[in-house]
Ligand binder design. Structure first.
Ligand code: FNR
Length: 338
């Protein structure tokens, strides 16, 4: 018998933001372990998920969505995050969005639509921030999901330069019945070095009845207390954190930041436990190490190609080898690079 879960709500939450390549299962579980209330997946493009097939992975205890053509893992999740994982979809089409959301609905707690990505790939495809300028299309996508899914639907937007234009936008989006809205306080053309428009988020929070999730504050967030300062500055219900968590996921710890090496050890154990690909694991650790990659140990790390080689640098080679042997003996199929 499946356990019934309560519907996810978005008030007073601290949330791991969607991050391409960073927001895979080990990082999401680490964020939850450290104290995050909700974790967003990396953006998954609708057609990519649609050409995947759902597999129950008994060896790892996960549900995998595997690309039918090349066998790569498109999305991996497990029961530990089931009631707190929100999958972010990149889409420009209401029918495709609904099809893909229906496909994963029973495995996740919420669906988010990316309406903020400023990358050329998204904009050219009419996805991400392009939707901010096609309000009828954006509303059609959200409405179709809200009306047909059992789980809550949110969207993540950027702001316009003009506050009134932004308020018009969010009123329209909220009218579809979405459960909450995440707002990155920068415009489509602004970059991380630009100041986050916290006052625009505040105006949105005053305008809407649904929870507003403030985002874009990583430059102002060095410790746990700063999360609440940022939230108060924005007058928002919840906070969503990307770069501060990418660098040191223990930003979610009430007790304060942990040493980076301890965070890397915790992360690597989860990467091993869930057979994360070496390339994705390396990418995430690189983003934690940043300039430490220039040190002799950092340089040794950069030469690593296997999970065991990476683990050896943090004295986890034995842990990795034992797990991998166990998985092989239980019949885990070879993993292909993502
Ligand atoms: C992002 N961001 C992002 N946003 C989104 O909606 N979907 C995504 O897949 C990604 N991917 C992504 C990858 C990486 C490596 C970074 C650093 C950022 C944007 C992110 O969610 C957030 O909106 C911004 O980084 C601003 O928040 P912070 O970093 O100030 O907390």
């Amino acid at each position: 018998m499946t356990k019934s879960t309560t519907r996810l709500t978005y008030e007073n939450k601290i949330i791991l933001a969607p991050m391409v390549r960073v927001g895979t299962l080990p990082m999401r579980l680490l964020a939850l372990q450290y104290g995050a209330d909700i974790v967003y997946s990396e953006e998954l493009i609708d057609w990519k998920l649609l050409k995947s097939v759902r597999r129950v992975n008994d060896v790892l205890g996960t549900i995998d969505y595997i690309d039918k053509s090349d066998g790569t893992v498109v999305f991996r999740t497990n029961i530990k995050e089931k009631d707190r994982i929100v999958v972010q979809i990149g889409t420009c089409d209401d029918k495709r969005a609904l099809k893909v959301a229906k496909m994963i609905e029973n495995d996740v707690a919420g669906i988010d639509i990316n309406m903020g990505c400023p990358k050329e790939f998204s904009l050219k495809g009419g996805m991400g921030a392009a939707l901010l300028f096609q309000i009828e299309k954006a509303k059609a996508i959200l409405l179709s999901l809200v009306q047909n899914l059992k789980i809550p639907v949110t969207c993540k937007i950027r702001v316009f330069e003009n506050v009134e234009d932004t308020l018009n936008l969010v009123r329209e989006l909220a009218s579809t019945g979405i459960a909450a809205i995440a707002v990155h306080g920068r415009t489509k053309s602004e970059r991380p070095q630009h100041l986050n428009r916290n006052s625009t988020i505040q105006a949105i929070a005053q305008e809407l009845d649904i929870p507003v999730i403030s985002n874009g504050g990583s430059r102002e967030i060095d410790n746990y207390k700063d999360i609440f300062k940022f939230k108060n500055n924005c007058g928002a219900s919840s906070v969503m954190i990307a770069r501060a968590a990418e660098q040191n996921c223990s930003i979610f710890c009430k007790q304060g930041l942990k040493q980076l090496d301890d965070v890397i050890v915790d992360y690597l154990k989860l990467a091993v436990d869930y057979d994360n690909s070496p390339s994705n694991t390396k990418y995430c650790v690189q983003n934690m190490l940043k300039e430490l990659q220039e040190t002799p140990r950092g340089k040794r790390f950069l030469e690593c190609q296997t999970l065991e080689q990476i683990c050896a640098i943090w004295n986890l080679a034995g842990y990795c080898r034992t797990k991998q042997l166990e998985y092989q003996s239980r019949g885990l199929l070879g993993r292909r690079e993502v």
